[in-house]
Design a protein around this ligand. Structure first.
Ligand SMILES: Nc1ncnc2c1ncn2[C@@H]1O[C@H](COP(=O)(O)OP(=O)(O)O)[C@@H](O)[C@H]1O
Ligand SMILES: [Mg+2]
Length: 294
């Protein structure tokens, strides 16, 4: 092991690319500093990239991609990765994970259990699809987070109402993606995967009067033991999307056992750190340093 100064010299440059500064971005910066790195903070809003350049300022950089905006995230990843930077997560991961339908298909292909889902591309075929899937069902935008615009459709009347609203929205919302309502306890599991390890997991209990378990909707976090079964499913899910640093969301289906409903490529982990006391930012920095050197 070299000294901290040697480490800075010998390691590729490290950068954190963001569009919002949350607890996670600050914690990553602090963890990098603590380990002797001097990370560059790149605000995506002030970044411009000449896509024809051969000499590129971030070419030998290892970049932790933290942009919340799906569109900024995948396009900035494509530009930076395309010019030779080592971006975590890579474009393959970000473009799949940002979209629930793409993720569903990749998980399915890899044999990972997911909630039953069905897609349709017009109002009338959406209703026909729901007749086949059955009620209650869940409608989700293919791109979105924090539980936004996700609704339970208890019957055909409710479905018609929501689907009619969708007809007046941006075209993305006319791609209908429905899931069976999974019969589960009032909680889900968020597991954080760094490289090939499940480093921590929490249960998220939905707030009173709320069925979604997003922290953004007031859920309560509790430590969740990482069993062998949970570990296996999470690693399979992460591999299915070429994940490097991901948050896997799972439900405990009463009928099917653990099912994965989402893989987050710019995962939040503030509450997981608080509840489990695992140094997730530190582990991420060590992982990207290691992986960026190969
Ligand atoms: N098929 C489902 N059955 C029951 N609850 C679900 C289902 N899908 C999602 N949920 C609940 O809704 C929350 C948000 O769904 P998710 O797919 O993770 O979208 P988001 O990206 O907005 O977090 C989940 O954390 C879970 O509590
Ligand atoms: Mg989620």
């Amino acid at each position: 092991m070299g000294s901290v100064t040697d480490q800075v010299k010998s390691s590729p440059h490290l950068a954190i690319l963001y569009d919002q500064i949350r607890w996670e971005e600050k914690a990553l910066y602090e963890a990098a500093k603590k380990r002797g790195f001097d990370p560059v903070n790149i605000d995506c809003k002030s970044l411009f990239v000449d896509l024809n350049k051969t000499e590129f300022q971030y070419k030998d950089f290892t970049i932790i991609q933290r942009c919340v905006s799906y569109f900024k995230n995948i396009h900035s990843t494509a530009a930076l990765e395309g010019l030779g930077a080592n971006v975590f997560n890579p474009l393959t991961t970000n473009s799949v994970c940002g979209n629930k339908l793409y993720t569903h298909m990749m998980l399915r292909k890899a044999g990972v259990r997911t909630p039953k889902a069905i897609t349709a591309f017009s109002e009338s075929s959406a209703i026909a699809a729901l007749d086949q899937l059955g009620y209650p069902a869940i409608i989700k935008p293919t791109i979105g987070s924090w539980g936004r615009l996700i609704a339970v459709l208890n019957d055909k009347e409710a479905a018609k109402g929501v689907i009619e609203h969708r007809a007046h929205m941006f075209p993305l919302y006319q791609v209908y993606y429905f899931e069976e309502f999974v019969d589960r306890p009032p909680r889900d599991i968020r597991a954080i995967i760094v490289g090939e390890r499940v480093v921590a997991a929490i249960y998220r209990y939905s707030a009173i009067g709320e069925w979604k378990t997003n922290m953004a909707l007031g859920a309560r976090a509790e430590n969740c033991p990482v069993t062998k079964e949970l570990e296996d499913v999470c690693l399979e899910a992460s591999r299915a999307v070429n994940g490097k640093i991901v948050g896997v969301d799972l439900m405990e289906s009463k009928k099917d056992g653990l099912v994965v409903h989402e893989v987050n490529n710019t995962t939040e982990f503030k509450n997981t750190v608080k509840v489990t006391e695992v140094d997730i930012p530190g582990q991420i920095i060590e992982f990207v340093h290691e992986a960026g050197n190969h």
